[in-house]
Design a protein around this ligand. Structure first.
Ligand code: AMP
Length: 410
């Protein structure tokens, strides 16, 4: 019986797992420098954690969540995003006493989207969240963190940062009404998919990829016209500080992001090298959300990046080769070989044994696997407690005693 993987899922191995692990190392190092602590939350949560906060009309809630009823009739969902679970975890564990509270996490997310390059049904995200500060320093810090991390993971890649402000929650509500009216007036020129969103989710029409829609969107009323002077000043301040840090920004007045909880600063880092799924990282402010989920009335800001999308842009990491390949002449030497194998590993070396009692085969395997040394345990040498150690980089070969092996290698 052959069972195929579930559509939209993939296994990570070989070169890909090297890239994945290197990303995680950079994430942890960046988190340490910026003072963010790690949280790992469960992969499934109660569905209510996502439904209202993300927006009942958002694509994620409407059609992408993996939701099921547990045996006790409780409705559970495989997490489609990490911000709400992180907030839930911070509230459940009383982690919001000292503010700002800064957390990060990495892990699998699940969305039933149409699979394509850079878009999967199970994928991995990196998340950084800052709970409790409204200071523009927090906005600048978290965007700077994203920018520094991306530069570490993808040096030399051309990644652009788009930024916008959504104003406060009322501004956004008013804007939705204005947009609905504008799109209704122009519905004859819109795609049928966009027409279906006019009442329920007009913001989503703003990032339609349809050419016809794009023309209408270009001339639509802009949210910025509704935002108060104080909020605009604070947004201007953020832009100035980012420029001071040499972070190049593009202002995109139509950038609204897909989930309902965003307000004020929103941003996306994009690449033009990976096709239509070009957003590597996206985030923004979600003031009001922590309170809505049963926590204190404190602001928050954060972002998420897709690990698989970063991997699409990464060069192969250098493969790690083994230090020593063992070549054992025949079964009678097995007892001795097992001891040497154990001794070398306990001395921190990586050792490979191919289970073939055949020196010739071992030699060719060792060079195929780019081992640094081959240690030959041969019958003749064994009588004198000798071994043949060959450096596969320069071809040098030596006869050594057991106690000399480590010295020679190091
Ligand atoms: P979002 O929560 O939609 O803002 O997504 C944040 C980031 O996660 C995106 O910028 C992508 O890099 C990544 N992402 C979102 N959905 C998927 C998916 N279905 N497959 C792979 N990566 C994704």
């Amino acid at each position: 019986m052959k069972i195929n993987p579930v559509r939209g899922t993939h296994d990570l191995f070989g070169k890909e797992i090297n890239k994945f692990n290197n990303i995680i190392l950079e994430v942890k190092d960046t988190a340490r420098k910026f003072g963010f602590d790690e949280i790992i939350t469960p992969i499934f949560e109660k569905s209510d954690l996502f439904k209202k906060p993300l927006g009942e009309q958002s694509d994620v809630v409407l059609k992408e969540m993996y939701t099921f009823t547990d045996r006790n009739e409780e409705e559970l969902t495989l997490r489609p995003e990490y911000t709400t679970p992180m907030i839930r975890a911070a509230i459940s564990n009383g982690l919001l006493n000292n503010l700002p509270a800064k957390f990060f996490g990495t892990g699998q997310m699940f969305r039933r989207e149409r699979p394509q390059k850079g878009r999967y049904r199970q994928f991995n995200q990196i998340n950084f969240e800052n709970f409790g500060s409204d200071d523009s320093f927090a906005d600048v810090e978290i965007i700077n963190l994203a920018s520094q991390l991306l530069k570490k993971i993808l040096p030399k890649k051309n990644i652009s940062l788009n930024i916008n402000t959504l104003g406060n929650r009322e501004n956004l509500q008013d804007y939705k009404k204005i947009l609905s009216k504008y799109f209704k007036d122009n519905q004859n020129s819109l795609s049928s998919e966009s027409v279906s969103k006019i009442d329920s989710n007009p913001l989503r029409i703003l990032d339609s990829k349809n050419i016809q829609d794009k023309e209408i969107v270009l001339k639509c009323p802009k949210l910025i016209e509704l935002i108060s002077k104080t909020d605009l000043n604070s947004y201007e301040e953020i832009k100035v500080y980012l420029k001071d840090l040499d972070i190049t920004i593009f202002e995109d007045l139509n950038l609204v992001r897909g989930l309902d909880y965003y307000c004020h600063t929103v941003f996306e880092f994009k690449s033009n090298e990976i096709g239509s799924q070009d957003t590597l990282l996206g985030g923004g402010r979600y003031n009001g959300l922590i309170n809505k989920l049963g926590g204190k009335d404190i602001p928050g800001i954060g972002w998420a990046a897709g690990i698989e999308r970063l991997m699409l842009l990464m060069n192969d990491s250098p493969a790690t080769s083994e230090d020593i390949h063992l070549a054992i002449q025949d079964q009678t030497l097995k007892k001795n070989a097992i001891k040497i194998h154990d001794y070398l590993i306990k001395n921190n070396l990586s050792v490979y044994w191919n289970y073939k009692y055949n020196i010739k085969k071992s030699l060719s395997l060792a060079s195929e696997k780019k081992a640094k040394f081959i240690l030959i345990i041969g019958e003749e040498e064994n009588i004198e407690n000798n071994y043949i150690l060959k450096n596969l980089y320069n071809g040098e070969q030596k006869v050594v005693k057991f106690e000399e092996i480590l010295d020679y290698i190091k």
